[in-house]
Write a protein that binds this ligand. Structure first.
Ligand SMILES: Nc1nc2c(ncn2[C@@H]2O[C@H](COP(=O)(O)OP(=O)(O)O)[C@@H](O)[C@H]2O)c(=O)[nH]1
Ligand SMILES: [Mg+2]
Length: 373
């Protein structure tokens, strides 16, 4: 492996050089459509309770105060999967403009229905989801209530928020390493996320971190993580087999956090998925972090979740929120039974990562990106 040194005035500049050198030409994962899964309902109380925030603190901000990895992880439900979304969205490099409906005091309810549905469709909610959200709002508010102040968008943020489960940040096990494996399709941002997490736990939480790369299928894939490891001054091991990875974990057993950056796996490639399944079954992983890029269409995202659910990811990290033109396609995913851990809002390491909060995600769906501020 070729080692490089970077002479810069700051860590941020060094991270930027790594990104420019290793990332700019990388492919973005694409998934071939298969059969779409079915959609669940949005009505409050349908299952007796809302699945709001699996982290009892509700809105975590600290990097070491969230999901308890010492306990058994959250498992995903085999029942309903994210819904069908018909449209394919082009990727955009522009931040989406917030689409706010004018205040509708004079509108009749049916006009408002129409307005809500068309605005939700413009936000990339599929037809079924848009109808279900409209039904949910109408179920919770009488016509006079929901046609008034606060706006229907604000009401909808509240409804969507109640259906988003989050984990909070990884809470590390004291006295022994906590092992997190980052999985997902090629190009979704796994290595970048691993580097951001490593930097945050090291620099903000004063934890010791070790990195393991098993991304040996692509040329220079390990070099990219190695460059981040060198800048951060954290040890990194490279492995190809489950045995290698177990040996690497053993070598890094003095670390608080071990992040395993896995090879990008096509969810449509049976052998890739079997290889990944064998790896995560053989290696003692505390937390399986599925990474999804939100520039994918809702249909592709749903199918990816469907394929990856066999390895039972504990949480989803959404990446490339800065590139998505709209985020309505995420709404059915919130019902997939996998809580959200982090969101990635840009290429910059380490700053463009945030602990996922239901309110932020719900607002982002409605076109208001809280991470801009
Ligand atoms: N715009 C944007 N780009 C990102 C984000 N996360 C990662 N990337 C870029 O996506 C490309 C692929 O990232 P990488 O971490 O190598 O993906 P991997 O193949 O899944 O490991 C790189 O150019 C990254 O800089 C993000 O949140 N926003
Ligand atoms: Mg990678």
């Amino acid at each position: 492996m070729e080692l490089r040194s970077y002479r810069t005035k700051s860590l941020a500049e060094a991270f930027k050089l790594v990104r420019l050198e290793y990332c700019e030409d990388e492919p973005v994962g694409t998934q071939k459509p298969t059969e779409p899964p079915s959609l669940t309902k949005w009505h409050r109380g349908q299952n007796g309770t809302s699945n709001h925030d699996s982290n009892s603190s509700g809105t975590p901000t600290a990097w070491d105060g969230g999901i308890d990895l010492t306990a058994d992880g959250v498992s995903i439900s085999d029942s309903d999967l994210p819904g069908e979304t018909a449209q394919i969205r082009p990727s955009s490099t522009n931040r989406p403009a917030a689409r706010q409906a004018p205040s509708p005091p004079a509108a009749t309810v049916s006009e408002l229905d129409h307005q809500v549905l068309s605005e939700l469709r413009a936000l990339d909610c599929d037809t079924n989801t848009a109808s279900e959200l409209l039904a949910a709002i109408k179920q919770q508010y009488s016509p006079s209530e929901w046609n008034g102040s606060p706006t229907w968008q604000a009401k909808l943020v509240r409804i969507i928020q109640e259906h988003i489960a989050t984990t909070g940040p990884f809470r590390l096990r004291p006295g022994e390493p906590t092992v997190v494996a980052v999985v997902g399709a090629t190009g979704v941002g796994k290595t970048t996320l691993a580097a951001k997490l490593a930097a945050h736990y090291l620099l903000e939480s004063n934890k010791t971190v070790g990195l393991i790369s098993v991304d040996h299928y692509r040329l220079a894939a390990s070099d990219q993580l190695k460059a981040y490891a060198n800048i951060l001054g954290v040890p990194m091991e490279v492995g190809q087999t489950a045995h290698d990875v177990k040996t690497a974990i053993h070598k890094l057993s003095d670390r608080d956090l071990i992040l395993i950056d896995t090879a990008g796996r096509s969810p449509n490639h049976e052998m890739h998925m079997r290889e990944l399944q064998s790896l995560v079954e053989a290696v003692p992983v505390d937390h399986l972090q599925l990474v999804l890029s939100v520039v994918e269409s809702g249909t592709n995202l749903a199918r990816t979740v469907h394929k990856f659910r066999h390895i039972q990811p504990h949480s989803i990290a959404f990446t490339k929120l800065d590139e998505a033109a709209a985020l309505g396609q995420l709404v059915p995913l919130f019902q997939a039974g996998i809580p959200v851990s982090y969101v990635s809002t840009g290429q910059s390491v380490p700053e463009d990562i945030h602990v996922a909060k239901p309110i932020d995600l719900a607002q982002a769906v409605l076109g208001r990106h809280p991470w801009n501020q």
